[in-house]
Design a protein. Structure first.
Length: 215
């Protein structure tokens, strides 16, 4: 029984606009443009029957998914498993400052992200285990259904590695998806997957924003 998962990366956040490493900090909401991007993503799903909406409980992802829920009169179910990576001492710091503040750890992030461990924070490898478990839990809970999942850039990137059979050592070659982009994957009951479509942005029509080169 095929289960369709529709991932939406959150719209532009205040931290994105300020070029800060947000991690699990929850003080940054969506910008005005971020809300517009989220509304556009929600409208792009018109005509698709959605059975449930799940999101990271961090406000930028939850509020993005809420635009989908508001159009459909549906509640958004928070799930900590879809949170962004816990970035430890990097949280809230500007991308431009991180190479100076944490040259060794952030240097690995830039050169070999799959092997990176945020300073006093989460390892990318552990993030992948966490997010994969959250994804597979959704597939088991909603067999044969269509579920929208609001989440973040790094969770989608580590799942891209899984869906595209790329080891974490090759994650550095997997691009970030833009804000409010839509990624779709179909899972079978045995947790195999197919029909992966990564980072669609046609619905953004000139509003596209993405992470800078130094992250």
């Amino acid at each position: 029984m095929a289960t369709t998962l529709i991932f939406i990366r959150h719209g532009e956040s205040e931290a994105n606009f300020e070029h800060r490493f947000t991690g699990q900090s929850n003080v940054f909401g969506l910008t005005e443009r971020g809300h517009a991007q989220a509304r556009a993503a929600a409208e792009a799903l018109n005509g698709i029957c959605v059975d449930a909406i799940i999101a990271s409980d961090l406000r930028r992802a939850y509020d993005t998914a809420k635009h989908v829920g508001d159009l459909r009169g549906m509640e958004v179910i928070p799930d900590e498993g879809f949170r962004e990576i816990f970035a430890g001492k990097w949280e809230g710091e500007r991308f431009d400052d991180l190479p100076t503040l944490y040259p060794a750890d952030f240097g690995v992030w830039l050169s070999d992200i799959g092997a990176a461990v945020c300073t006093d924070g989460e390892a990318v490898a552990d993030l992948q285990i966490r997010v994969r478990a959250a994804v597979e839990s959704v597939v088991r809970r909603y067999p044969g259904k269509t579920v929208v999942i609001g989440t973040h850039a790094t969770p989608i990137r580590v799942m891209q590695c899984i869906w595209q059979n790329v080891p974490l050592s090759g994650m550095k070659n997997v691009p970030w998806v833009p804000n409010a982009s839509i990624t779709t994957v179909v899972y079978e009951d045995d947790l195999s997957w197919h029909d992966v479509v990564i980072g669609k942005t046609a619905h953004l029509a000139g509003m596209e924003t993405a992470l800078p080169k130094n992250v």
